[in-house]
Design a protein around this ligand. Structure first.
Ligand code: NDP
Length: 609
């Protein structure tokens, strides 16, 4: 089908500029979007991008120009930046170092070359020397030949030699230089926001309207429902309290005080300054990871307050008002974030939150890392007021249970729910650095979706099990307690091990402790783990999380669906999140991702899903 009045047609073979560079590669046109005036093209390695017309050149004319340019000395440097070359760099750090030692990358000084050669002569496996031959072969060829060599190397890449990483040689100097090159590759391959946009998630523009209305209403519905004596779905809709019952200025004051208290703990110069993942600009932001300190100080403060006679059961009796106050704070924060995002530099804008539609972008978040000086708003909201608030609320609900039933101690069910969820939060804060390699921190902009999620959804829906137990006690036999604890520990083990493995690998791919893991190289310069936990399923961390979610719901018994709400919601969330991540990774890593999916067939549950 021909596209109306556009220069390039679907199926045309043209030369497309690689974003962020002045280099052109052969691409096939897949389509043209009249509204955005962008062409969707596919590179030979399977990467799909959207390009402007000015970033596309006619194939025939380009070949003639390339041929004449290939004689110029500058070509050698240019070649070293191609996506295909980038892949070879990442496919083997030693191969990357060979290219450098062979002098194909003029950015390395001659002294670095010599040091590299020395290191490599001792450690280079024969396999990697074949890549070196490619490099030399390339230098003697014309632009046409270069295309053939690229095609050949892509064929080789197609095999994705899944060798153990310790066979790479592993000499420190080579690894260090290659690491540097990987970082450069990330920087070079990273497209500027102005040239790229990603497909819309969450039902697109219409979906954004829906979620903006549905999510707050749903939280209010759950909070009203859990207050009922019989919180059954058949009691729908729950009786609505008078309007004034939704609002309490004092509750708003407590919410603001809590956020300010957490902000104060966050800015204290205590704890490590951790580096985030490289941004599109190549920059790495620093984050104060003192979450564990924050929860310990918060626990001491709460203990002192209770000792001084502060009645925390206020949280139980004013749950609805506290939820509404937090909702108001999250809406105001989202408006602020949306307004300030207009001053953000293009490379600071999230690729997924800049569709041009106000409602969608408000919902999804435009700015990737909004900061007030060094105060990172997204990181703070993700890790502090909501997460620590969740534990505070659970504790208050345990006190409310004791008060309501005249108990000296909370029930076993309440203790299990409290301890399990406390462990989850403490673990998250203890390993706070690991959040820097998650989707929320790396890819999602900070808008209503995350602000509401962090400040309202987490503290007021993740506490529903404890809330439910206050007025719906459920006794457990010792066997039931032992079974539930075992389940929780299994889930926690899988969750922690898999998250730590990926985090350690992303932070330092040359870490000798991870050398037993097999990897797949990708065109961006990063590799994908294909053994260890990430070789069992594509999201082992989700599997662990789901097993834990099951252990959180079981103490509440089977009388109502409401305490199982978290489990049901979490399955939906993680299945959707997995498919969102799959599309993002498919877009980022092209054929390497397909290869990963062929090797690791199941997404979350081995042999099931
Ligand atoms: P992940 O931590 O799984 O991050 C996904 C990213 O990991 C991908 O985008 C990719 O990023 C990288 N990746 C994927 N596959 C591989 C591989 N084979 N090798 C190396 N890197 C790979 O996802 P989330 O951020 O969704 O989850 C983080 C944790 O938070 C999980 O344990 C999840 O269960 C939990 N979670 C909990 C929630 C809750 O409400 N309780 C909500 C959401 C998440 P790149 O390649 O760019 O590095």
């Amino acid at each position: 089908m021909r596209m109306p009045s556009v220069k390039y047609q679907k199926g045309d073979k043209v030369m497309g500029r690689w974003p962020g560079s002045s280099l052109y590669y052969e691409v096939k046109v897949l389509g043209f979007d009249i509204t955005s005036q962008l062409y969707t093209v596919i590179y030979k390695d399977g990467t799909e991008l959207e390009l402007k017309e000015q970033d596309i050149k006619n194939f025939a004319g380009f070949q003639t120009r390339s041929r004449s340019r290939s004689r110029s000395p500058g070509r050698r440097r240019s070649r070293s930046r191609s996506p295909a070359r980038t892949t070879r760099r990442s496919s083997s750090r030693t191969a990357a170092a060979v290219a450098a030692a062979a002098g194909t990358d003029s950015s390395l000084s001659s002294s670095q070359d010599t040091r590299l050669k020395d290191a490599l002569e001792q450690t280079m496996p024969a396999e990697n020397n074949s890549n070196n031959k490619h490099e030399k072969k390339e230098e003697n060829n014309t632009a046409n030949k270069v295309n053939e060599v690229e095609a050949e190397s892509e064929k080789n890449l197609g095999r994705y030699n899944l060798r153990r990483r310790k066979d790479d040689g592993g000499a420190k100097p080579a690894a260090v230089v290659a690491e540097q090159q990987e970082k450069e590759a990330v920087k070079e391959a990273a497209p500027p926001a102005s040239t790229l946009s990603t497909p819309l998630d969450f039902g697109g523009k219409i979906g954004a309207y829906f979620w903006l209305l549905f999510l707050p209403s749903w939280v209010l519905f759950l909070v009203l429902q859990v207050n009922l004596e019989d919180p059954s779905l058949f009691n729908f809709p729950p009786p609505l309290p008078p309007l004034e019952a939704f609002w309490d200025v004092q509750a708003l004051g407590f919410v603001i005080l809590w956020i300010l208290f957490q902000a104060l703990l966050y800015v204290l110069p205590v704890g490590k300054l951790s580096e985030g993942m490289p941004l599109r600009s190549g920059e790495r932001l620093k984050y104060r990871t003192n979450g564990f300190f924050a929860i310990v100080v918060s626990a001491v403060a709460v203990a002192v307050a209770v000792h001084q006679g502060v009645d925390l059961t206020y949280i139980h009796s004013h749950f609805l008002q506290l939820a509404v106050a937090s909702l108001l704070v999250s809406v105001l924060l989202s408006v602020y974030l949306y307004v300030r995002s207009h001053n953000a530099a293009p490379e600071q804008q999230a690729l997924g939150g800049n569709s041009g539609n106000v409602v969608y972008d408000f919902f999804k978040g435009r700015e990737l890392n909004p900061r007030i000086k060094d105060f990172d708003l997204k990181f703070f909201c993700e890790m502090r007021p909501g997460l620590i608030g969740w534990c505070l609320i659970n504790f208050a609900l345990a006190l409310a249970e004791m008060k309501l039933h005249g108990l000296d101690a909370p029930s076993y069910s309440m203790i299990l729910v409290n301890v399990f969820q406390l462990l989850y939060v403490v673990d998250g804060l203890w390993n706070e650095e690991a959040i820097l390699t998650t989707m929320d921190l790396m890819h999602d902009g900070f808008g209503f979706m995350l602000a509401f999620g962090d400040l309202v959804w987490v503290p007021f829906t993740y506490t529903l099990q404890a809330y439910y137990l206050v007025s719906h006690p459920n006794s457990l036999s010792p066997l039931a307690v032992a079974t539930i604890v075992t389940l929780k520990l299994i889930g926690f083990y899988i969750f922690r091990k898999s998250n730590s493995e990926k985090n350690a690998f992303r932070r330092d791919p040359s870490d000798p402790k991870l050398s037993y893991l097999k990897t797949i190289p990708t065109a961006t310069g990063k590799s994908l783990l294909v053994s260890g936990w990430w070789g069992v399923v594509r999201h082992p961390n989700y599997l662990g999380d789901l097993i834990m979610a099951l252990a959180w719901s079981l103490p509440c018994g089977f009388s109502h669906l409401l305490p199982w709400y978290y489990m049901i919601y979490f399955i939906i969330l993680l299945v959707h999140r997995d498919s969102r991540d799959m599309s993002d990774c498919r877009r980022k890593y092209g054929s390497a991702w397909d290869e990963y999916c062929r090797t690791v067939r199941y997404r979350i549950i081995p042999r099931v899903y």
